[in-house]
Write a protein that binds this ligand. Structure first.
Ligand code: PLP
Length: 483
């Protein structure tokens, strides 16, 4: 054998080895298993093409920043925040395809093809006949509650989000929550802590009279209740009660994809259904929905109102024109409609949802192992620290949640939001403090923005603050806006 023959036979045997490796991979693919499915580490199902720098500050600088902001984290400039967990709303990283959609968005005042793409994407998931784009979720709420609200009316929900409640109360009507008992117990591990208490709901309908209750709203996932999911069974039971009494059943569907994936993971009979099928079944139970696209549509602005009723849609469009814009763009630009259409497709990707729910669960597991008190199980979009148990030396009227949120910023430049006595506390007739049931700090995780090492860093900071928790003291309100 001469040198050329030796080289040829080496190349041939190398190719045979390579093709065998490929055969190994193909056999996994043919068996239906994705190559990474057996691995314990669930990775971010994307790679990064465009980056934004994070700004580091020293502890001394952060101490001055807090003083200058009067210890109100909403007044801190975001370029002084290292990891911003203030909200998951409007903070998603858009994909290359969404940015491409931004470039092809058609800005015609009427009849833009971008609207029709948006309409098709929303119809495919929700099945509703009419869809009306708005600049964000609360604009859709404003329209529907202006139409249906008013003095003497009652609206019911598992838990109203605060803008929804605000729009109802602004119309003169009352908003009532019927959260299941399990949802009120932060430490209780249960699958669907966002559910409606259907017994209490029906009793309320009988007491007030169905004719005074225009609508029931199911919030999925239940944001104010800790991002906890609602089961399909509970939605079916609630929809049946609404049908029985002739009450409209709407879904506040900001996080419909996260809720659908929880159903797939946790509810009997749904493991083999796709998230799209579960979402379609969810919406098929309802008469309509309001959505803030800033969550599960993976965009930075937008929302919509969708429903089947022709007459109510016409009235809603009349209001839309004087508040938001013409019905084929609402409060949005054509480019925003393109990005929403694309985002609605991407959010149903189960690799994405698996990573999304896992990243919050992972954070919960790490913190629980260190003894950090929080709402359990972790929800779909945020982790809620139990500030009362974290800093028991601070009484509710001295705002333990504010103390904890300030401590996390001072220690590591992390921004969360207090959900407790500052946000929901009230004064009694003598000016005394009436505390809400829980003192929480919400750490909301923006979609596709931070990686596992960012989450590890956040856990490290929380654990450090926990180890020094005795050194923190409370706050008092120095100035309060009169309204
Ligand atoms: C459950 C729920 N409903 C409604 C809204 C309001 O949406 P937007 O902020 O787009 O007005 C939010 C926002 O966080 C929400 O979480």
């Amino acid at each position: 054998m001469d040198a050329i023959q030796i080289i040829i036979s080496l190349v041939l045997s190398f190719s045979i080895v390579l093709s065998l490796v490929q055969l190994e991979c193909w056999s996994a693919w043919l068996s239906g298993e994705k190559l990474s499915e057996h691995m314990a580490t669930i990775i971010e199902p994307f790679r990064i093409k465009s980056v934004e720098p994070l700004n580091f500050t020293s502890r001394e600088e952060r101490s001055d920043i807090l003083k200058n902001a009067d210890h109100n984290l909403f007044l801190v400039h975001s370029d002084h925040v290292l990891i911003d967990l203030l909200t998951d709303s409007g903070t998603s990283a858009m994909s290359a395809k969404q940015w491409a959609g931004i470039m092809v968005g058609d800005e015609s005042y009427a009849g833009s093809p971008s609207f029709y793409r948006f309409e098709e994407a929303t119809r495919k998931i929700t099945g509703f006949k009419h869809v009306i784009p708005t600049h964000q979720g609360r604009a859709a709420e404003k329209i529907i509650f202006t139409l249906l609200g008013g003095k003497g009316k009652y609206f019911v929900s598992n838990t109203f989000f605060d803008t929804t409640r605000g729009n109802i109360e602004y119309s003169g009507a009352e908003a009532h929550d019927f959260l299941t008992e399990a949802g009120k117990n932060p430490g209780l591990i249960a699958d669907f802590k966002g559910n409606m208490d259907t017994v209490a709901l029906e009793a309320f309908i009988r007491e007030k009279g169905a004719e005074n209750i225009p609508m029931c709203v199911m919030t999925i996932t239940n944001n104010s209740g800790g991002g906890q999911p609602v089961s399909m069974q509970n939605m079916k039971e609630t929809a049946a009660i609404c049908r029985k009494y002739g009450i409209l059943f709407f879904i506040d569907a900001c996080r419909f994809a996260e809720n659908s994936y929880f159903i797939k993971l946790r509810e009997k009979g749904y493991a083999d259904k796709s998230v799209l099928e579960i979402a379609q079944e969810t919406f098929s139970l309802a008469d309509g929905c309001t959505i803030s696209a800033k969550k599960d549509a993976l965009v930075n602005t937008g929302g919509f109102l969708a429903m089947n009723d022709d007459a109510m849609t016409q009235e809603a469009k009349n209001l839309l024109i004087i508040t938001e814009g013409f019905p084929t763009y609402g409060g949005l630009a054509g480019r925003d409609l393109e990005a929403i259409a694309q985002g609605l497709e991407e959010v149903l990707d189960e690799d994405y949802l698996r990573y999304r729910l896992r990243s919050i669960e992972y954070m919960g597991e790490k913190l629980s192992a260190a003894g950090i008190p929080m709402i359990l199980p972790t929800g779909g979009h945020a982790l809620y620290l139990d500030a009362k148990a974290f800093m028991p030396q601070i009484p509710p009227h001295e705002f333990p949640g504010v103390a904890l949120a300030n401590a996390l910023y001072l220690q590591g430049g992390i921004r969360g939001v207090e959900i407790g006595s500052l946000m929901f506390g009230k004064y009694d007739a003598d000016g005394g403090h009436v505390a809400p049931p829980m003192e929480l700090v919400r750490l909301a995780i923006p979609r596709r923005v931070y990686t596992q090492s960012h989450i590890d860093y956040v856990c490290e900071v929380i654990i450090e603050v926990f180890q020094q928790r005795e050194q923190y003291s409370g706050y008092r309100i120095a100035y309060e806006s009169p309204c």
